[in-house]
Design a protein around this ligand. Sequence first.
Ligand code: HEM
Ligand code: HEM
Length: 217
Amino acid sequence: MDYTVKKVWSPLLRLYHWTFAISIGTLVVTGLYIHDPWTNSTLFGTGKFTMALFREIHFSAGFALMAAFIARVYLLIFGNKEERILSFAPVTPANIRNFFSTIGYYLYFGKKEHRPGHNAFAGTFYLLTLFFALGQILSGLYLMYPENLSIQGMGLALFGTQQEARFIHHLIMWYFMLFALVHVYIVIWNDIMDPEGLVSSIFTGRKFFEKKAGPSA
Ligand code: HEM
Ligand code: HEM
């Protein structure tokens, strides 16, 4: 069968994806340690202060997440056609139709609508994920710099006390763990069901479409 190749993801989008994925993996592991250390946080007689190390890694990964977040917001507005928000947010009639037809396709009813970028169902969750990343960034900054008066004002208004912010920060972590699990399952499922090269696209930036069908959006 003949295929056409289409470039869909810019280098910045791919850099964003992998910075986002790796920083979240790091933040979950170090966050779980900060929450409930699984070793002595001071290893006696070794001069090692494990909690300080894990916190430092957590904060560095936190800043990487912030950079990734800013890059994605830039691409939502100034990225290529596939990367811009209107290409996948469920706010246009075509995207709303695609949102429901994708749910049908995932439930093994109906056919896949071929489009070059994200389907609107996945896109909705990617936007929700960005929103929760912002929640982690703001609650994290509040936990980190409680003495800074502007950050303190923002934190008190959005999250309440430090303890409440820490609880919200912890709850949002569970969203990310669940998202990562389901996300990796769905992208591999898609890759098997439709030979457009979805998983490789997040490395190379390119997808494949059958010549006769072609992307329909
Ligand atoms: C997906 C992203 C993130 C996850 C999953 C995450 C996870 C966690 C977890 C589980 C804790 C321990 C809180 C507890 O349950 O007791 C924690 C603490 C903390 N996180 Fe995050 N975090 C993330 C992003 C960030 C960011 C972006 C920042 C800052 C820029 C940050 C700063 C902090 C700070 C300051 C603490 C408190 C450390 C302490 O009390 O010693 N986090 N994080
Ligand atoms: C081995 C692991 C992973 C693989 C193979 C992978 C693969 C992919 C692929 C193929 C896409 C594009 C899918 C589409 O068009 O709908 C994508 C998008 C995305 N992935 Fe992953 N992913 C992985 C891990 C993660 C993790 C751990 C996270 C975060 C917790 C993540 C967050 C995202 C987000 C937010 C997008 C949307 C990108 C955008 O804003 O355009 N991914 N991923």
